[in-house]
Design a protein around this ligand. Structure first.
Ligand code: BES
Ligand code: ZN
Length: 627
């Protein structure tokens, strides 16, 4: 188990070590195709007759290979695709043409391929679907296993490579990548431009990213900028003005920033996640644009991945918690610094427990409780099916618990930097994390060794270890929740509103915590009571989707018809699955809106990102999940 290879790749990555990758990419909006030629340099580590690479629904045209030690010429290589599965298929390249290979020899491989329609990694948008309606748009999402549908690769997080890319596209469009742009771009006949990019640090395939559209940027200081469509540039410039200071807080926790620039792209509403940590170009959802900077924790989260995830990277999706649990943990530390309140961490951890509970219930319902282990077994599984808040919240809780065992935040601070330094060049697995931890705190070795590690890593369900989450802010919220639960007459409701005249001015985080907890109680709200709550929190007009979502779900659960319109509005406009999916599920569970949910989905599907569309189809029982 300790050196279990990645079960979610078809590639023979331990036989052939990738050294570097060059891509020539042609973006064809007319045919919705990316024509990609790759040139990959490998070192032979074990002599095997075939090179196996991951692909999914890819048109592979030609493969050429060369061993520079024995020849200057590329030769054409035979290749075949192995059996197609729901997670792709191996491209099997016959190496016999270059003669018997030797260990440590260099092997060069050139592959010409084209993407196909409807691959999950790509969201193509017609110009009418964009804010400006003048230019088309394209973006990728490769995590977890979708890079293989763009070009043949070793699609496993433990394998990293530096890359360069030349991107050709029509004039008037801008392009960004998970890399740094090299120069201004050159005109290349027929109204086309070619842009060069370079990612000098080795990155795993899942961090490959490209986006094309009518993009403009706003600079924040010397190393950060936001890119987006011109229509929302000013909003972005305001919302994320703290980026440099967040980056500095992250540096004070994790060590110097290692990627030169930190730029980010605010995508169209269809983007399926809150954020995606593509190196040098984080992708963010426009749902963060609340106008009050209340959702910058997502930015803090993606910034943190610059250390935990992008420098220190999990060896496979089984150890995904080392990416996300660590990142959640540090995200909260950053937030506590920003709030100048160390107890804020407990409040945040507490606030997220309901999302953990939701995930646990969901896997229970799907009869897959084994996927709620901190380190799940993903052999014969699609890593996408295992994705949930579990690695985030159980991981964050474990690290917080460990922090308390070894002496608290002060004792932990130098360890965090040491952890990053130690593992930044090797993929990490859970056992290595634990060994390093114990070694780092020799005086605490006994207490650390005495923990029930086996259970912590493998038992399904709620966290095996936890800390006391009692804190003043949660208590403040609990009081409001309790009173709303107990209120049962019109007088009670009025008293409730009168008692908290300043509630409107409470921070969004507090309001989100209250609404989330009320939602979790699954009460059936009488309409007049719901109206009072709506008024007190100004929910009808809020543009904060973290507030709108629990409000809508509570209304639908209670059979309140006036919740249907806002719910439909939300699912039509928001692609971010954290909100889209639960609202669709609530619409589905409410009998009087079920058919409208299905009809809305069927009419919107073609405009949605393939990732969101895939999941919603499952949620609405229009498609069954893979076993
Ligand atoms: N890397 C994740 C997003 C992701 C995970 C995409 C797995 C595909 C597969 C990103 O860093 C993330 O965690 N985003 C969260 C942000 C939140 C926890 C602050 C999101 O999208 O909600
Ligand atoms: Zn993350």
């Amino acid at each position: 188990m300790d050196d279990k290879p990645d079960p979610n790749t078809f590639s023979n990555y331990s036989a052939f070590n990738i050294r570097s990758l060059h891509l020539d990419i042609e973006v064809c909006f007319d045919s919705k195709v990316l024509k990609i030629s790759t040139e990959t340099k490998f070192t032979v580590k074990q002599v095997e007759p075939k090179l196996l690479l991951d692909t999914e629904k890819l048109n592979t045209r030609t493969v050429h290979i060369k061993v520079p030690e024995s020849s200057d010429e590329y030769v054409e290589a035979a290749f075949e695709l192995q059996t197609e599965t729901s997670v792709g298929q191996a491209l099997c390249i016959d190496l016999s043409k270059v003669g018997p290979l030797k260990v440590d020899q260099e092997l060069l491989v050139k592959i010409v391929s084209e993407t196909t329609a409807d691959v999950i990694a790509l969201q193509w948008m017609e110009k009418e679907e964009t804010s400006g309606k003048e230019k088309p748009y394209l973006y990728t999402q490769c995590q977890s296993r979708f890079c293989r549908s763009l070009f043949p690769c070793q699609d496993t997080p433990g394998v990293k490579f530096p890359y360069t890319a030349n991107v050709t596209l029509e004039k008037g469009l801008a392009v960004v990548m998970s890399a740094i742009i090299d120069g201004e771009g050159t005109a290349t006949g027929e109204n086309k431009m070619c842009y060069k990019f370079s990612q000098k640090q080795p990155i795993p395939a899942y961090l490959f990213a490209i986006a094309v559209g009518n993009l403009v940027k706003h600079d924040f200081g010397h190393r950060c900028a936001v890119w987006t469509e011109p229509e929302i540039l000013d909003k972005c410039a305001y919302e994320f003005a703290d980026v440099e200071s967040i980056l500095q807080i992250a540096e004070s926790i994790c060590g110097p920033y290692q990627w030169t620039r930190y730029d980010f792209l605010v995508l169209p509403m269809t983007f399926p996640y809150g954020g995606m940590e593509n190196p040098n170009m984080t992708f963010l959802s426009p749902t963060l644009l609340t106008g009050d900077r209340s959702m910058v924790s997502v930015l803090a989260h993606e910034i943190t991945h610059s250390w935990t995830g992008n420098l220190v990277t999990t060896v496979s999706w089984e150890h995904f918690w080392l990416n996300e649990g660590w990142t959640r943990f540090i995200e909260d530390k950053i937030k506590a610094v920003m709030e100048k309140d160390e107890t804020y961490r407990k409040f945040l951890l507490n606030k997220e427990q309901k999302h953990l509970n939701d995930s646990l219930e969901e896997f229970e319902r799907l009869q897959k409780p084994e996927l709620t282990a901190l380190v799940p077994n993903l052999t014969n599984r699609d890593p996408e099916d295992a994705f949930s808040t579990v690695p985030y919240e159980k991981g964050c809780m474990l690290l917080t618990y460990v922090e308390s065992l070894v002496g608290g935040p002060e004792a932990f601070a130098p360890y965090i930097k040491n952890y990053v330094e130690t593992f930044k060049d090797t993929p990490i697995r859970t056992k290595a994390w634990l060994e390093h931890l114990i070694k780092y705190f020799p005086a605490k070795a006994d207490i650390l060794k005495a923990q029930p590690w086996d259970q912590i890593f493998t038992s399904p369900g709620k966290s095996v270890v936890s800390i006391d989450l009692d804190n003043p802010l949660t208590n403040k919220c609990k009081k409001v929740v309790q009173k709303w639960i107990e209120a049962s007459t019109a007088e009670d409701y009025d008293r409730m509103v009168a008692e908290y005249p300043d509630l409107k001015t409470w921070s969004q985080d507090l309001k989100i915590a209250i609404l989330g907890t009320l939602r979790e109680h699954e009460l059936i709200w009488p309409e007049d009571k719901f109206e009072k709550l709506t008024g007190q929190f100004e929910l009808r007009d809020t543009n904060n989707i973290e507030l709108r979502t629990p409000w809508i779900r509570m209304g639908l659960k209670s059979g309140i018809d006036s919740s249907i319109e806002p719910a439909l509005e939300l699912v039509k406009t928001c692609g971010r699955m954290k909100f889209l999916r639960p609202v669709y599920v609530s619409l589905y569970e409410n009998e009087s809106s079920r058919q409208r949910a299905i009809d809305t989905f069927l009419s919107m599907k073609q405009y949605m990102s393939p990732i969101s569309a895939d999941w919603v189809a499952i949620d609405l029982k229009l498609k069954s999940e893979q076993a």
